[in-house]
Design a protein around this ligand. Structure first.
Ligand code: TRP
Length: 331
């Protein structure tokens, strides 16, 4: 029975081409919930417009993000895949939760601080209230578990606080969600500046490996990856470049760090980088092929979006009628 299953929700922004960090840190884990949970995976286009977007690109990337979900193993029959703006209740609950989220809380969000530095010419109100909209996404479905990258941890904690605050005022209304941040997929760092997170918007393209990069591009980027002068493959805090490559190799091959150290004992970084590149390119090849197949059939993607939105709206309606009643809106 659906109603007995716990609920999983996560979202990915259709802004920029996703990286292996997004893949290993979040999307790859989504499919592990498909069997035992009721899962909602959303393309969050409302969040994307907190920074300026080119309309045609936003539209294309919305299709692409949906196709990518599917190419990463999310079967549309086992998961509710949809676009955020197709279910207006997200915006509606977002506004309501704005009124239960404190200025001080939003001011402390590190993503807001980062993004307002990066987009100093466009520090808009949406950028500031972004976490309240994210809380709405999650709480709308009475979500139990939110799988996501570690960078979203602070936003998730705020979503929990908002849920608890609302429940305290109005009685039990929202499920308080747990985050699921797998410890076996560590943070993937930039290949050029391995003390910084790999970011899809990094202006230096060599720093970023994207899920849809060609094998040639992947090999070239790993060949150029920053290491150190020690020439020894060893996991250590003072060797961020090599450690990051080991993390990526581990993620794609399942080999332990000890095994990796043994495998490359006495061999140069050249060999090691090529092996990481091969493992990464081979691991991504099926995703890339499936993505190309899906993108060739827009009509199918549109029907997936439509069915997903209908299903999501059904669940959203239930929460919204409860919320409206509790707040005191006339029915
Ligand atoms: N803020 C998330 C990110 O940038 C995307 C997101 C929006 C999200 N709503 C969500 C993630 C709800 C998890 C749950 O990656």
């Amino acid at each position: 029975m659906l109603a007995d299953k716990k609920i999983v929700f996560s979202g990915v922004q259709p802004s920029g081409n996703l990286t292996i960090g997004n893949y290993l840190g979040a999307i790859k884990n989504f499919s592990r919930f498909s069997e035992d949970y009721k899962t909602f995976y959303c393309v969050v286009d409302l969040h994307a417009i907190t920074v300026r977007q080119v309309p045609a690109e936003l539209r294309r990337r919305t299709y692409e993000t949906l196709a990518l979900y599917m190419a990463c193993g999310l079967d549309e029959k086992k998961n509710t895949l949809f676009v955020q703006s197709h279910v207006p209740a997200h915006a509606e609950l977002g506004w309501i939760l704005d009124c239960y989220t404190m200025f001080g809380e939003l001011s402390r969000m590190t993503q807001f601080k980062d993004k307002s530095q990066k987009h100093a010419e466009n520090i808009n109100a949406g950028l500031f209230t972004y976490p309240a909209l994210m809380a709405a996404d999650i709480l709308l479905y009475q979500t139990d578990v939110v799988p996501t990258g570690v960078d979203q941890k602070q936003h998730l904690e705020l979503a929990r606080d908002i849920a608890e605050r609302f429940n305290q005022v109005y009685g039990d209304t929202f499920t308080v969600p747990e985050s699921y941040i797998p410890t076996d997929t560590m943070k993937i760092m930039s290949l050029q500046e391995p003390t910084a997170k790999m970011s899809k918007s990094d202006p230096n393209d060599n720093a970023v490996v994207r899920i849809l990069d060609s094998k040639d591009d992947i090999m070239r980027k790993f060949k150029k990856a920053v290491t150190d002068s020690e020439a020894s493959v060893r996991f250590s805090e003072d060797k961020p470049g090599v450690s990051n490559l080991m993390t990526i190799y581990h993620a794609f091959t399942g080999k332990s760090f000890e095994d990796i150290e043994r495998e490359f004992d006495g061999r140069g970084y050249g060999d090691f980088k090529m092996a990481v590149g091969e493992a990464c390119a081979d691991g991504l090849a099926p995703v890339r092929e499936e993505f190309a197949r899906l993108m060739a059939d827009k009509a199918h993607l549109e029907s997936v979006m439509k069915n997903g939105a209908d299903e999501a709206a059904y669940y959203a309606r239930k929460t919204m009628s409860k919320v409206r009643r509790k707040i005191g809106f006339v029915n």
